[in-house]
Design a protein around this ligand. Structure first.
Ligand SMILES: [Zn+2]
Ligand SMILES: [Zn+2]
Length: 141
């Protein structure tokens, strides 16, 4: 049963819970301007695919942050809950919502060329610049 609990994300007030069927422990870090404005720093996120269950949808707000994605948060406590890709329907959730996941590794840094000079991570990771990400997403269209 603990496996199930490990995949349940709760906001600070408990008004919204998200159960993810799968959580990829190879997490990503995004340095883009939108993520850093949204959260005050880079976004650490785990990929949760499309199979998620949300309770407390009355408290959930979604903000259309770009043409390709929206961002969800709790309207009561403000906890950031997901980044939702419109085209694929995939959800990426903040890593901090899943403190119990085993085997977490920093796998990828997105928008590596947008990272400001005042911080950096020493982890050995793959990375993609803004141009590489644009090319990748337009190849999916
Ligand atoms: Zn909340
Ligand atoms: Zn970002």
């Amino acid at each position: 049963m603990s496996d199930v609990d490990n995949n349940v994300a709760r906001c600070l007030c408990g008004g919204v819970t998200i159960t993810a069927a799968t959580v990829n422990p190879a997490f990503t870090v995004c340095h883009c301007d939108t993520c850093r404005t949204w959260g005050g720093g880079p976004l650490f996120a785990v990929q949760c695919g499309t199979d998620i269950q949300i309770t407390g949808k009355d408290k959930l707000k979604e903000y259309d942050s770009s043409a390709w994605a929206s961002r969800g948060f709790c309207s009561e406590c403000g906890t950031h809950l997901f980044y939702h890709l419109k085209k694929t329907g995939e959800y990426n959730l903040p890593l901090g919502l899943f403190p119990q996941i085993d085997g977490l590794t920093m796998d990828m840094q997105y928008f590596s060329d947008k990272r400001p000079d005042h911080y950096c991570f020493s982890n050995e990771t793959k990375s993609m610049t803004a141009a590489e990400i644009e090319a990748y997403f337009s190849s999916l269209a």
